[in-house]
Design a protein. Structure first.
Length: 87
């Protein structure tokens, strides 16, 4: 879940935009906008599926690397704590 603050004026503008676009609520408007940003290139053209797949694969790889680094850090910390406790 993601939350962010809007002024009353911003919320009213978003709500009117929802009505104009036939969207049910501000959350749906924001989800649609973020999805469009994630699937559109900087020049406004749709992002090729291969580019999206590449980015997802890169994110998965980075998440796996981060997970491994966290596991290694936990093991080092546990070993350090065990040595401190026995000293």
């Amino acid at each position: 879940m993601v939350s962010f603050r809007l002024t009353d004026e911003e919320y009213e503008r978003f709500r009117r935009l929802c009505v104009q676009r036939g969207l049910g609520n501000v959350s749906e408007l924001v989800r649609t906008a973020v999805h469009q940003m994630l699937t559109t290139l900087e020049d406004g053209r749709p992002m090729p599926r291969s580019e999206i797949e590449f980015r997802v694969c890169r994110l998965e790889s980075q998440a796996a690397d981060l997970s491994l680094a966290l596991e290694q850090l936990q093991q080092r910390l546990a070993g350090s704590l065990a040595r401190s406790a026995s000293a």
